[in-house]
Design a protein around this ligand. Sequence first.
Ligand SMILES: Nc1ncnc2c1ncn2[C@@H]1O[C@H](COP(=O)(O)OP(=O)(O)OP(=O)(O)O)[C@@H](O)[C@H]1O
Length: 492
Amino acid sequence: MTTKNLPWVIKYRPRRIDEVVDQEQAKEKFLPWLRRWLQGRPPEKKAALFYGPAGVGKTSLVEAAAHEYGLEIIEMNASDFRRREDIERIAKIAATQYSLFGRKRIILLDEVDGISGTADKGGLDAILDLINATRHPIVMTANDPWDQKLRPLREAALMIPFNRLSERYVVQALKRICLAEKIECEDAALKLIAQRSEGDLRSAINDLQAIAEGYGRVTVDIVKGVLASRDRQYSPWEMLRHLFMAKYAWQAKRAVTHADLDYTTMLQWINENIAVQYSDPEDIWRAHESLARADIFMGRIMRSQSWDLLSYVFDLAGPGVALARKKSKFKWAKYQFPQKILLLARTKETREIRDAIAEVIAKRLHVSRARAKSEVLPLLSVIFRERPDYAARLAIGYNLTDGMVKYLAGPMYNQVKEHINMLLLRLEKPSTVTTITPASSATGTQKQTAVSTGARASSSSASTSRRRASTGRRSSSRRRRKGGGTQTTLPI
Ligand SMILES: Nc1ncnc2c1ncn2[C@@H]1O[C@H](COP(=O)(O)OP(=O)(O)OP(=O)(O)O)[C@@H](O)[C@H]1O
């Protein structure tokens, strides 16, 4: 992926310790502890536990320090703590002094508060064993380290608190990104984003990128509009973005419960965008598995009206899909409109055109609309595809709209249109210009065009075009005699 497509939280993450802003107290505790490791004098507490709200620089500080001191990062997160072989793999690494290339290491155990209840007791014990045996610094991160079950970890680690960033620093960070991306950003707009983020720089940067990419600039009005709409409901695109970016189950659940879509359509949107967002086949498989279960519950709800099952749909379609991502790196994906919905829309459009053609035929041939549709329309379609010259006469004679001609002629549309134009030119005075003009009412809801000639034709209204269709040869020839020459209707 080029840096152009990278999420800005990744593109602009700190590379140096001094780029991690507004966390001076944390640095004051962490850096001396780390330096002792690097000087070969491991501190008494072999692990540090970074704790505090999301998006304030806990992981960034580890990464920046590793970069600055040339350390190799070995990283694990909560979902790996359950797999014995993963813990053993990391334990082996922790027990060796140097990496293959002679670099020192730092072990990062992200989100240790994700270890839940007794189910992960084995994982917790394995981490404690790791801390005892390690020959490398271990940094753990957590948002909420105060759970009773994490007590042994708290006791084994140097506790390092992280605070929410102050508004001033968030605004500064956003401004730097605006400059680098050459985006017009109003200071007051950045302030609004910062206030809204409540000290979570990750969420502020994500908001900035979404607004800048969506609107091309960041102004107070735009930010106000976007933030207000967010309090209401998520558009399908916002829902997907929040869902796939969710780090915690509650974020993913919020994305699906706030989607401004009916539940079945929402599942469709997620279904068709999983593979757009995830790249690892196993992640994709897991996400679809969870979504399929959500769909089964949805089916049950529709059949039995048991709406109490809805929370299972939300859990499986939200956290189930979001937390299925284990290996795929986050990327800034362009979500697509579900093809299934597009196809349904197209079918509706086609149905409307067929009805309109049937109406024209029924009036002309004095047959029912049903008969026109089942018996005449297929025949007409064959003629339009086989005999463009004759089709042109029919189109003009029946006063068919451009949409109708397109539907009947299919791939032969251009040929039929050519014949229509030639015919119209022959019928009119040589100086007349041939145009395809709007006749918006011909099929009710659709915007269509009727086949006509002459400069004034564009002003012809729907009712006159219908009248012309029924009065046929006499009215058109009368108009030609009068010298108006705006609409030609051919007999068949
Ligand atoms: N103090 C900071 N200084 C500079 N950038 C920051 C800071 N905090 C957050 N960021 C930006 O936000 C992104 C996310 O930060 P980071 O992953 O370090 O948060 P975190 O505190 O580890 O959050 P979580 O608890 O959710 O893991 C970073 O990539 C960086 O762009």
